[in-house]
Design a protein around this ligand. Sequence first.
Ligand code: NDP
Length: 246
Amino acid sequence: MLLEGKTALITGASRGIGKAIALGLAREGCKIAVNYRQNNKAANNTVADIVNAGSQAMPVPADVTIEQQVKNMIDLINDAWGKIDILVNNAGIVNNQLIMRMTEKAWDDTIDTSLKGAFLCTRHVLRKMTEQNWGRVINISSVAAQRGNYGQCNYSAAKAGLVAFTRSVAREVGKYNITVNAIAPGLIQTDMMDTVPEAYRKEVLGRLAVPRFGTPEDVANLAVFLASERSAYITAQVVNVDGGYI
Ligand code: NDP
């Protein structure tokens, strides 16, 4: 197995892409800390699925936008398992509004979840990662970072910020055998996709080289590779999982 003996913290792992990444890593022998914000039932289901898949997991509720909660969560995982080898910054929300109608709250909440959350989680896991001279950080960006999206200036800016964050942190920590990469999914079938208007879905589908929407597992397959030793010389990169969105 690719990740035998490793431990991972995956933010927003109760549902969707985060859950698929959790299961993908777990099937390769990784222990998983399943972070989420409020949906206890969904998080417990993820934990049960991981245990059924033959690995270990624990639910770790925390709002990634609040530093004290992030710190407590990471301390709890380190106390239980001694280390966090892999961090997947996956938690994200959408709050779509046209810019002239966008509230400050819609801007702040969206930026804080994807971007500040990644900053806080990364900052607090890096101390141990640098000490052990090995680590993987995977940030879930979006094609919206590259193309922009109607009604999503907050989300697109957050996801583009995550790309610059990825490249900058990669430069700082490469000497410790820590790689930092981003995945940019296209339209993936999760609860979040329910917020996408039907007309826009059709338009996107017409532009895909592989004419279907993505599955969370499509994203998870890349995350497993980026979490493993096989990707040791790949860092500061953004890899699209978007069916060839052209
Ligand atoms: P979902 O809406 O299905 O799941 C979001 C997850 O994030 C849930 O586990 C939720 O927890 C958690 N979460 C939200 N806010 C916080 C917070 N403040 N602290 C901790 N956890 C939080 O999203 P997806 O699976 O679709 O998306 C996952 C990531 O992929 C996101 O970053 C998204 O932007 C990105 N992405 C998604 C695409 C898509 O088409 N689906 C396309 C491109 C990128 P809870 O269950 O408790 O609410």
